[in-house]
Write a protein that binds this ligand. Structure first.
Ligand code: MN
Length: 259
């Protein structure tokens, strides 16, 4: 199996290394990741500057690895199109910090997996639910097992898996749950401060507020110590609203249509 690893924490992040080590027994591993951390850059791609791929050594790991000046989504496109063969699987992560609920919309980690799905590639995004941990062992083990287990699974072609692993030792995990996204909005407290020249600057210091975190959600699963697997797709159409807009469309249409 040809595996491409990407991330948003940077090519030298310990989570990427842990994923690479765990996935090596499954086949050929190639890593393409940003040269420095790009968490929360979302799905940005680079159109107005040249992109580089600089070969790097991941402490002797037998992995072809490149640092890029591009975004996580750029890394997927570059990684998929510059290799000898297209990857059979794209693994994004392992991210340091959970990606739950609407965090998937800001996350570079999740956006990279989404870009892979757009490119028609099978992808999983993996995050460990701690912003400070150095221990990626349980998440790495889950990543390698999942990479094997989903091989025969028929996933819709616009779908990828967003996986969150509680920050616990493997033995302390309480199982696995297939979930939907919860809701965890931030109360966007904006702090206003002053720089040394007296000009104001602003800093987001929002507190997370969980508005949908019960049974069946990704937030609920990891809170209960379970690995959460959420199938995500990129069609964000609100199908339930299509019907409700019929009369609006009709009225607008009457004004638009020339007799
Ligand atoms: Mn990150």
């Amino acid at each position: 199996m040809n595996i491409l690893i990407v991330n948003d924490d940077g090519i030298f992040a310990p989570g990427l290394r842990a994923a690479a080590e765990a996935l090596l027994p499954l086949g050929r591993v190639r890593a393409v990741a940003p040269e420095r951390e790009q968490s929360a850059v979302g799905h940005a791609i680079t159109l107005h500057k040249p992109l580089r791929l600089d070969p790097v050594d991941l402490n002797g790991l037998p992995v072809e690895a490149f640092a890029s000046n591009g975004t996580p989504a750029d890394c997927v496109i570059l990684g998929a199109l510059t290799g000898e063969a297209p990857p059979d699987l794209v693994v994004s992560g392992i991210n340091r910090g959970a990606n739950l609920g609407e965090e998937v919309l800001y996350s570079g980690t999740v956006s990279a997996a989404m870009e892979a799905a757009i490119q028609g590639l099978r992808a999983i995004a993996v995050s460990v639910c701690s912003y400070t941990t150095e221990d990626f062992r349980a998440a790495a083990r889950a990543t390698a097992l999942l990479a094997e287990l989903i091989q025969g699974v028929d996933l819709p072609d616009d779908c990828f898996l967003n996986v969150n692993v509680p920050s616990l030792p493997w033995e302390d995990l309480c199982g696995v749950e297939v979930t939907c996204l919860g809701r965890r909005s931030y109360i966007n407290a904006v702090e206003r401060r002053e720089d040394p020249r007296g000009r104001p600057y602003y800093w987001f210091s929002g507190e997370p507020q969980e508005t949908r975190s019960g049974a069946g959600t990704d937030i609920g699963a990891v809170a209960a110590g379970r690995i959460s697997i959420t199938p995500v797709h990129f069609d964000v159409t609100s199908f339930e609203t299509i019907e409700r807009l019929a009369t609006v469309a009709e009225a607008l249409s009457a004004r638009v249509a020339q007799p």
